[in-house]
Design a binder for this molecule. Structure first.
Ligand code: 2NE
Length: 270
C-alpha cells in the first residue's frame, strides 16, 4: 500500500502522526482537473484511508491556491466517458463519490480557488467544507456538454434547496465563498493564509470524538438519501459492532467448533 501511494503521479498522500490523511490532487497546470489516472489514485488513497485504523480524518484538497479541482479533464473526454491508458471510457468519479460517502471517517474538503464542475461536486460529497476567501464555486455541465444527475443534482438540492440547485445548474454562474456560505454549501470561510490551520483545527476537534459514534452518524445521515445502499452502510456499522460482541463471537466459534451455539445466556437489555 505505502509503496504504491508513493508512486502516484497525480495525487499526493500525506499522513500526520495524529491520524489525519491529507489527499491532494496535484495537477495545478489544469486547475487540478481529474483524468482517469487521477481517479484511480484517489480511489487507492481513499481505500488506504479506510483500511488504516490509525487514520481518523481525511482532508481532500488541490495543489496550490488557484484551484481545488476543475472537474473532469476535458482533454481526456472521449466517446461516452473519460478515457485512460486502457482505452475504456468511464465516469469513474461517480464511483469515487460512493466510496467517499461510505468511508466511515470524516472527509473534509479544503477549498482554495476554483471548485468547478466535477470539482464542485467532489467538495459537496465531502462531509464538511472549509473554504478560503478566494474560493469560487459552480457547475459548468450545460455549458460544456455534461451533467451529473447523481449526487451532483439530488444531493445538491438537499443541501441548497431545489430552487438554488436549479439556478446553479441551469445558469452555470460562479459563486464566491461568501455566497457559498449563505447557501449552506460550505461550513466556514477563512482568509486564504489561515485555510490549512483552520482545517487541521477542525480535524483535531473531530479526532477527540468517538470514532464509532461518528461512523454511525455519518451512515445515519447518508441512509435516507442513499436508499438500500445507505441502509446497508448503516446496518454494516451495527454488524461490525455485533461481530465484536461475545454473542456474535459465540455464533462463529460454535460453527468452527462444529457444535450447537450457546446463545441462552445472552439477553437483549432495554
Ligand atoms: C476553472 C475555470 C473557470 C478557471 O478559469 P481561468 O480563466 O482562471 O483558467 P483557465 O485559463 O481556463 O485554465 C487554466 C488552464 O487549465 C486548463 C485550461 O485549459 C488552461 O490550460 P492552458 O490554456 O493554460 O493550457 N483547464 C482548466 N480546467 C480544465 C479542465 N476541466 N479540463 C482540462 N483542462 C482544464 C476554467 O478553467 C474552467 O471553466 N474550466 C473547465 C471546467 C469544466 O467545465 N469542467 C468539466 C465539467 S464536467 C465534469 O467535471 C464531470 C461531470 O459533469 C460528470 C461526470 C464527470 C465529470
Amino acid at each position: 500500500h505505502i509503496r504504491s501511494l508513493s508512486k502516484f503521479e497525480d495525487v499526493r498522500v500525506e499522513i500526520s502522526s495524529d491520524g489525519i490523511a491529507k489527499i491532494t490532487i496535484a495537477r495545478p497546470a489544469v486547475h487540478n482537473a481529474f483524468r482517469p489516472l487521477t481517479l484511480l489514485e484517489l480511489e487507492h488513497a481513499f481505500r488506504y484511508a479506510r483500511d488504516m485504523p490509525s487514520i481518523r480524518a481525511v482532508i481532500l484538497t488541490g495543489e496550490g491556491h488557484r484551484a481545488f479541482c476543475s472537474g473532469g479533464d476535458q482533454s481526456a473526454r472521449g466517446h461516452g466517458g473519460y478515457v485512460g491508458d486502457d482505452g475504456i471510457p468511464r465516469l469513474a468519479v461517480l464511483d469515487l463519490h460512493v466510496m467517499m460517502r461510505r468511508l466511515p471517517k470524516v472527509v473534509i474538503a479544503m477549498v482554495a480557488g476554483y471548485a468547478i464542475g466535477g470539482g464542485h461536486i467532489l467538495h459537496m460529497v465531502c462531509d464538511l467544507t472549509i473554504a478560503a476567501d478566494n474560493a469560487r464555486f459552480g457547475q459548468t455541465g450545460p455549458k460544456v456538454g455534461s451533467f451529473d444527475g447523481g449526487y451532483g443534482s439530488s444531493y445538491m438540492a438537499r443541501i441548497v434547496g431545489q430552487k438554488r440547485a436549479r439556478e446553479i445548474w441551469f445558469l452555470c454562474r460562479q459563486y464566491d465563498a461568501k455566497q457559498a456560505l449563505q447557501m449552506g454549501l460550505v461550513n466556514t470561510v477563512v482568509p486564504l493564509e489561515q485555510l490549512e490551520i483552520e482545517t487541521v483545527k477542525w480535524c483535531r476537534e473531530i479526532l477527540e470524538k468517538s470514532p464509532t459514534a461518528i461512523a454511525c452518524l455519518k451512515a445515519a445521515m447518508n441512509a435516507d438519501g442513499d436508499g438500500h445502499s445507505g441502509l446497508s452502510q448503516l446496518a454494516g456499522e451495527a454488524t461490525r459492532l455485533f461481530y465484536q460482541s461475545e454473542e456474535g463471537k459465540e455464533g462463529k466459534n460454535a460453527f468452527l467448533e462444529k457444535r450447537k451455539p450457546r446463545f441462552g445466556s445472552f439477553v437483549i437489555e432495554e
